[in-house]
Design a protein around this ligand. Structure first.
Ligand SMILES: Nc1ncnc2c1ncn2[C@@H]1O[C@H](COP(=O)(O)OP(=O)(O)O)[C@@H](O)[C@H]1O
Ligand SMILES: [Mg+2]
Length: 213
């Protein structure tokens, strides 16, 4: 699969470096890269096999397993989430997009997080539609890789897969699946509100997210 990122795509700048580090474990294997063209030739997973088609429990078990492979020590050249999140919250506040009513509580939760991890590689856009069957193993695609902490990567699993609408009971079960794997519950909840605030959320989702913290 050949992927060529357009110049305006600044989120996936470090995708090739991340794929190199993962080396086919938890992510598609990098075959070749041409940084001057922002071209990545990567292993082809099976189209149409993303985990949104699986029963919830099975999908979450795969998400956890793939996540545990992705969240590994890293440093340069990856950017740190702590340098970006405040700006993303500011932009969302300025745009007033749906979900921005969460921004006050999101800012408060962000401030209360204390030191934010900066030595773990995170996927950055980890959700059902970016986890595919590559034949005998599940792998992530479409990384917006950064340095952070695993809990940052969990929230998109709480509001996917489209066209699902968030429900408190399902949300709690999904959080529990990641907590059982050793992730910190309070930080998953905080990141859900923070990322929901800047990525956008419909009114019914806002209520589910608000109830998480
Ligand atoms: N390595 C790959 N193997 C198989 N299918 C892929 C691969 N990379 C991308 N795709 C397919 O292309 C779609 C879009 O690619 P993706 O990198 O997720 O970009 P985006 O979600 O930003 O449009 C994926 O949902 C998947 O169906
Ligand atoms: Mg994608």
């Amino acid at each position: 699969m050949l992927s060529i990122a357009p110049p305006e795509d600044t989120e996936s700048l470090d995708e090739a470096d991340a794929l190199e580090l993962w080396d086919g474990v938890g992510a598609v294997r990098l075959l070749r890269r041409d940084d001057s063209r922002r071209a990545i030739l990567m292993e082809r997973a099976r189209p149409g096999t993303d985990i949104s088609r699986l029963p919830d429990e099975e999908a979450m078990a795969i998400a956890v397993e793939v996540g545990l492979q992705l969240w590994r020590p890293a440093d340069a050249p990856f950017r740190w989430i702590g340098d970006e999140v405040p700006r993303w919250l500011d932009n969302a506040r300025r745009d007033g997009r749906p979900g921005s009513e969460l921004i006050p509580i999101a800012s408060e939760r962000y401030a209360a997080l204390g030191p934010i991890g900066r030595d773990t590689l995170i996927h950055g856009d980890f959700h059902h539609h970016n986890v595919l069957d590559a034949g005998g193993r599940y792998v992530a695609i479409d990384a917006k890789a950064m340095l952070g902490e695993p809990e940052f990567d969990v929230p998109p699993f709480l509001w996917n897969a489209a066209p699902y609408r968030m429900r408190p009971d399902v949300t709690e079960r999904r959080i529990a699946a990641f907590v059982a794997a050793g992730l910190r519950e309070e930080r998953i909840r905080a990141w859900a509100v923070i990322r929901g605030a800047y990525l956008g959320a419909e009114p019914d989702e806002v209520e589910v997210l608000r109830a998480l913290v």
